[in-house]
Ligand binder design. Structure first.
Ligand SMILES: Nc1ncnc2c1ncn2[C@@H]1O[C@H](COP(=O)(O)OP(=O)(O)OP(=O)(O)O)[C@@H](O)[C@H]1O
Length: 446
């Protein structure tokens, strides 16, 4: 059933609108402010939002922008006050479908709503197609030529076509979700849904309801029957991220789905059957979790039929350069900058770093560097100081990474850059004599 979300703090108007729209056979959700509206949108797919301009915690015009950015398939119709055309125009600029004047355009609202619903359906079809097109090459999107990553890709490709349950292990940011998606797109289920859920993002009860759905009245706030993500993933793939965080009794329910394909919705008595391929991921050592009674051994053996260990970035230093170029290309394009090269010192510095946050951390570091970069080459200066300092030991040869001299050298270099090489100004800012500055420049080879 198509869903319409009404965001309006005028209760009378909201209820009236809800009644008219429900009579057309749409499901209507009503809220009175932006915050609750966004919460609803994060939990369910809404086709059209009908939104007032003046809301207690913000403006509908601004909200349109946020909604379109986060949920591009959803269409928005703004309810403006009489004669306030500029708000409507701005809303359309922000991505809204159209606007109507409150109270004045009652006859327009239903035909407009139908058109917006049609447009939302078209958006959804397009997004699905785009995803499929992207997905065709998704193993190609896994960048890296080092042995450990190529081995992981080869294993994943081999198992992709089967229905086998897979456990992806590896530190945070090593690409477990990227792998899960690539496996789905390479599988025979690629035309069906890939549904991801992060088990650490919900309380135990909420996670159960997210996974399996609930019946109306199952708990306070459960006004309607709600499908769970296992049902959404029917015939497709479900990706259970951070599986190690799942509560023990929910683990038992998951085991039942794996063994029989059945689960029971919250507040329901009959089981629901689904055909879903499960890919799970964890950055915890599940064997250790079993020893501490945090993870069920039987579930572990079921889920880890096929295990793929993703290497940490520090184990694939050889890939740093190609990954750095890959992300630089992406961010330069996004920010409309012409960056054609990366200085060798920059790469050396990357190779010296520990990368506890793995590829996610590298991606952030490169994004920052692209923002900071002034020329067409990324230079050491564009890196965060802690990464520069570690590397200065190697680049400067004679300095140790932790020495005061390393920090001093870097600091002088930065101030020199800041003053455009003006020695007198640099000495003044550093509060040292010019002669001392010249000596240090020579000593550090700046
Ligand atoms: N081999 C790769 N090539 C290109 N980009 C990658 C690769 N691996 C990971 N990424 C990028 O790194 C980021 C982190 O990847 P991802 O979310 O898959 O990691 P994860 O292991 O699932 O992390 P977490 O355990 O924290 O959920 C993403 O932006 C992803 O696009």
């Amino acid at each position: 059933m198509k869903k319409v979300l009404i965001i309006d703090d005028e209760e009378k108007l909201r209820t009236l609108l809800a009644r008219i729209i429900t009579l057309e056979g749409f499901e209507v959700i009503q809220v009175a402010d932006c915050k609750t509206g966004l919460q609803k949108l994060s939990r369910q797919t809404v086709d059209v939002v009908l939104c007032d301009v003046k809301l207690p915690d913000g403006s509908g015009v601004e909200l349109s922008k946020i909604i379109k950015e986060k949920y591009p398939a959803t269409e928005i119709i703004l309810l403006t006050a009489y004669g306030n055309i500029p708000d409507g125009v701005q809303a359309i600029k922000n991505g809204a479908f159209d606007y109507i004047t409150k109270g004045d355009d009652n006859n327009r609202i239903i035909p407009l709503l139908y058109r917006a619903i049609e447009k939302a359906a078209l958006n959804n079809r397009l997004l699905k197609l785009e995803k499929q097109l992207e997905g065709k090459h998704s193993f190609d999107k896994i960048i890296g030529k080092s042995k450990p990553i190529l081995q992981a890709v080869e294993l994943a490709k081999k198992v992709a076509k089967t229905d086998t349950t897979i456990l992806l292990t590896g530190e945070t940011g090593t690409g477990k979700e990227v792998f899960a998606q690539a496996i789905h797109h390479e599988s025979n289920r690629s035309k069906e849904n890939f549904v991801a859920i992060n088990c650490s993002a919900f309380s135990k009860d909420l996670l159960e309801s997210e996974m399996f759905g609930h019946k109306a009245g199952a708990f306070t706030g459960a006004a309607k029957d709600q499908k769970g993500l296992f049902e959404e993933a029917h015939n497709g793939t479900i990706f259970l991220d951070e599986l190690g965080e799942m509560a023990l009794d929910l683990q038992a329910k998951l085991l039942r789905v794996i063994e029989s394909g059945e689960f029971i919705k919250v507040g329901e008595t009959k089981p629901t059957k689904v055909n879903v391929r499960i890919i799970a991921a964890t950055n915890r050592d599940l064997k250790q979790e079993i020893e501490h009674w945090h993870f069920r051994e039987d579930l572990f053996y079921r889920i880890s039929v096929f295990q793929i260990q993703l290497p940490a970035l520090r184990e694939r230093v050889a890939d740093l350069e190609i990954l750095a170029h890959h992300f630089t290309g992406i961010f330069a394009l996004k920010m409309n900058k012409k960056i054609t090269a990366i200085h060798a010192d920059f790469i050396t510095a990357l190779q010296q770093h520990q990368w506890n946050g793995n590829i996610r951390e590298l991606k952030n570091v490169i994004e920052r560097a692209v923002i900071l970069s002034n020329g067409n080459e990324l230079s050491l200066d564009d890196l965060p100081v802690e990464i520069q300092v570690k590397s200065s030991a190697v680049i400067g040869r004679q300095l140790s990474a932790f020495s005061m001299q390393s920090v001093e050298k870097l600091h002088i270099q930065k101030v020199l850059n800041h003053t455009g090489g003006n020695k007198a100004e640099t000495a003044r800012l550093l509060e040292i004599g010019t002669a001392t500055l010249y000596r240090k420049i020579e000593e550090y080879g700046l």
